[in-house]
Design a binder for this molecule. Structure first.
Ligand code: CP3
Length: 342
């Protein structure tokens, strides 16, 4: 069944539980490393034929039920005029982090076709190559997670600067988030227009917020984004890592599928979320490094606990780690597909 992923997102009956993996294309695959050896991540993203090839690698090697566009949540920063680079060990570095009103006002709202046309070209090429055999997921970073990079200047553990900014400068924070909502809204609509059959919004770091901060400083902006995307009719996946405390708030903010971090038992999440949204997750990415009997048990425990014939997409609670053996990932695909949904 080519569309079991899309069907599960919409609570339509499925023959098998669909499975795909966040970060399913990347350094853990030798096919990716071979291409990456001679080019930077950004160079691959900007070459639609290469990005297409990398997008298809896990689909061909693993038999997953969805392809995810090969790109990065930070790509829109460049046409927003917030230049950045990826450093080998330290992740992204934003050259001039934002700290005031002038910084927010200087951010430009990109025109997706003119400024990020290479991403849209990749979407078109991937769709052509997949020939309707596997659906394609587009994606973008969520306004809060993108704002955290813009303000922190890179990765963070405490998000001190971001939280201080939202608490001390709520009016400037509002302008920043409103601008980012518009950036993401246009970008995802363009990806859907180019052929993305579902989209995932990565609010990776929103779990660092209390429910009070999330409700006050994130949810109202995100709601505008989700309400707009709802009218496209494609499934919208709302993902954050470590979001156990935010589940009901995130469901009420929007998205037709809610991602669940590995910290929350999936049956607890399913009960709390109810049947108005589908769920996705939540294997611990480190379980992929465990001996096969433990890995098999963890996969089966999740499938057993979900206890829904549809409305569920198997995935990790966060992205695949570079240390992962591709054979372990293929093993999980096989175990999920041999599980009876009836
Ligand atoms: O297979 C896929 O999931 C599609 C490709 C994809 C990438 N980044 C490519 C990438 C996706 C969906 C992303 C999303 C992304 N990027 C997120 C959200 C997901 C998450 O993990 O929470 C975030 C926070 C980023 C920002 C980012 N990109 C960081 C922090 C880093 C450095 C850390 C790291 O893993 O190296 C990146 C680099 C990046 N993006 C790589 C890949 C494959 C690393 C590999 C490389 O350097 O070639």
């Amino acid at each position: 069944m080519w569309d079991r992923f899309l069907r599960a997102c919409c609570f339509q009956s499925v023959d098998r539980t669909p499975v795909w993996f966040m970060r399913q294309a990347g350094r853990y695959m030798s096919e990716y490393r071979a291409i990456r050896a001679r080019r930077t991540l950004i160079e691959i993203c900007k070459a639609p034929e290469l990005a297409t090839q990398v997008t298809l690698q896990p689909v061909q090697a693993l038999g997953v039920d969805a392809a995810i566009l090969f790109a990065d949540i930070l790509l829109p920063l460049e046409p927003m005029r917030a230049s950045f680079e990826f450093r080998a060990d330290d992740g992204p570095l934003i050259h001039s982090p934002i700290g005031d009103r002038a910084g927010v006002d200087a951010l430009r709202i990109p025109d997706p076709e003119a400024d990020l046309g290479y991403v849209l070209e990749t979407v078109r090429l991937v769709r052509r190559e997949l020939e309707g055999k596997t659906p394609l997921v587009g994606f973008a970073g969520a306004p809060f997670t993108m704002a955290s990079y813009l303000i922190e200047g890179g990765k963070s553990t405490s998000f001190l600067r971001t939280k201080r900014f939202m608490h001390r400068e709520p009016a400037i924070w509002a302008s920043l988030l409103e601008k980012l909502v518009e950036v993401v809204r246009r970008y995802l609509r363009a990806q859907i227009g180019a052929g993305a059959q579902a989209v995932q919004i990565f609010d990776s770091w929103a779990g660092a917020l209390t429910v009070y901060d999330y409700a006050e400083f994130v949810a109202p902006y995100m709601k505008v984004l989700f309400d707009d995307l709802k009218t496209t009719g494609v499934p919208v996946i709302h993902f954050s890592a470590d979001n156990g405390h935010l589940l009901e708030l995130q469901r009420d903010t929007g998205g037709s599928v809610i991602g669940v971090g590995w910290q929350t038992p999936i049956d607890v999440a399913a009960t709390r979320l109810g049947k108005s949204v589908a769920i996705q997750g939540n294997l611990d990415p480190v379980a992929l490094l465990a001996p096969r009997p433990i890995l098999a048990r963890r996969v089966e425990q999740i499938l057993e606990a979900v206890a829904r014939p549809t409305g569920y997409v198997f995935n990790l609670g966060h992205g695949i780690l570079p240390e992962t053996d591709p054979a372990a990932v293929a093993f999980v695909v096989d175990r999920v597909h041999s599980w009876r949904t009836e």
